[in-house]
Design a protein around this ligand. Structure first.
Ligand SMILES: Cc1cc2nc3c(=O)[nH]c(=O)nc-3n(C[C@H](O)[C@H](O)[C@H](O)COP(=O)(O)OP(=O)(O)OC[C@H]3O[C@@H](n4cnc5c(N)ncnc54)[C@H](O)[C@@H]3O)c2cc1C
Length: 345
């Protein structure tokens, strides 16, 4: 069923199955597609008049629906990439929240704007990227981020947030903590270098470039290498439902790591600071014997233990139950509590 509010289309009991990469069957009570700032203001006005839970969806590639959303869902579809400023060294661009992230990366690679190539092929939209400061292959969003515009859900005012305001960290921004559920990201600005600044610090990129016979890679080469690696390692959500890494890599104190290393001498690690160490959650999960396991249609990917998959008809609750069993066994074996990276609805 569909109703109208000042010309805006409001769908009722709308299926979100095609709007989440896990492919979970879940409905929302009301659904509005947002194509402009005006749509966003009208939708929030309607929401203020009909108070209920509010969910923002971009590409649904970092969401797990464990139940129906008994409220309003706004699908961010605001398009547009524009150039704001250009100097000899930098170009400043702005992209709408609904722009597909990988399309923006490809736009930049083709134009010769450097900095985003390592973030090729991450699913989802531009508006969601700052939420968890997306990162891959040695680069995080914050390295190319300039600022963003977000609308306050209560006042409907548009606010500017600088990089410092966002307080980016590993899979972290203020929009997940102090400013959670207060703002909707409308557009994001990026500062990209016109001079190549290739980052091949990640071993897999070096190996792939070598196999491609490339010794002096361009940004486009790095992008192609990253795409190749990702396609060989990660399941394609169009074929097997998933949301990428289900858990964050835990950061633990150095003293705790030393204790762990005594018991498990092969534990891999990455220093975060003089006091803290990051441990790959995928390794912890694999050591607990979960890699490739399947319970009904919910499973742990056979090549990447950090990725939980829906083999077809798993419910969100099935995936969640599996995640909780994994969390429990990692806690019991290693004394480390791994936390979901995926947003649970
Ligand atoms: C195969 C695969 C690989 C992946 N690899 C990576 C990776 O390498 N690195 C990485 O960091 N992530 C990765 N992810 C996770 C995911 O792609 C990113 O988190 C992405 O930024 C999510 O974008 P989305 O538009 O799909 O967000 P959604 O899943 O729709 O939403 C994610 C969160 O952001 C909120 N949100 C969405 N849009 C807005 C907005 N405009 N304003 C306010 N809130 C908003 C939602 O409410 C939700 O809480 C991967 C996912 C998959 C499926």
């Amino acid at each position: 069923m569909c109703r109208k509010f000042t010309g805006m289309r409001i769908e009722e009991n709308y299926s979100l199955r095609s709007l989440n990469t896990f492919g979970i069957e879940a409905n929302c009570r009301y659904f509005i597609e947002i194509n402009s700032l005006e749509d966003l203001k009208q939708a929030l006005t309607w929401h203020a008049e009909h108070p209920q839970a509010l969910l923002i969806v971009g590409g649904g590639s970092n969401l797990l629906f464990t139940k129906n959303h008994e409220g309003l869902c706004l699908k961010m579809n605001i398009q547009g990439i524009e150039q704001i400023e250009e100097t000899e060294e930098y170009v400043h661009i702005r992209a709408g929240a609904g722009v597909i992230w990988h399309e923006l990366v490809q736009y930049c690679v083709q134009k010769g704007y450097h900095g985003m190539e390592n973030l090729s092929l991450i699913p989802g939209t531009v508006g969601a990227a700052p939420m968890q400061n997306i990162g891959a292959y040695g680069v995080e969003l914050k390295e190319v981020f300039h600022s963003l515009k977000a609308i306050n859900r209560q006042s409907l005012e548009l606010h500017d947030f600088s990089k410092e305001d966002c307080d980016f960290g590993y899979r972290h921004s203020i929009f997940k903590t102090t400013h959670k559920d207060q703002y909707i990201i409308y557009s994001v600005d990026f500062l990209l270098s016109k001079k190549a600044r290739i980052n091949t610090s990640y071993g897999a990129i070096q190996d792939t470039l070598k196999a491609m016979g490339i010794t002096e890679p361009s940004s486009a080469d790095v992008s192609r290498a990253v795409i190749q690696i990702r396609q060989s390692k990660l399941p394609d959500p169009k074929i097997t439902g998933n949301a990428g890494s289900f858990f964050k890599n835990p950061t633990i104190k150095l003293s705790e790591f030393e204790r762990l290393q005594k018991q498990f001498p092969t534990v891999p690690s990455y220093p975060v600071s003089a006091e803290e160490i990051k441990v790959p959650a995928g390794w912890l999960i694999e050591q607990c014997g979960w890699k490739g396991k399947r319970i009904g249609d919910a499973g742990v990917h056979p090549l990447q233990a950090l990725v939980l998959v829906n083999y077809g008809k798993a419910s969100g609750q099935d995936i969640w139950n599996l995640a909780m069993s994994i969390q429990k066994s990692v806690q019991e074996k290693f004394g480390i509590r791994i936390q979901p990276e995926v947003n649970i609805v």
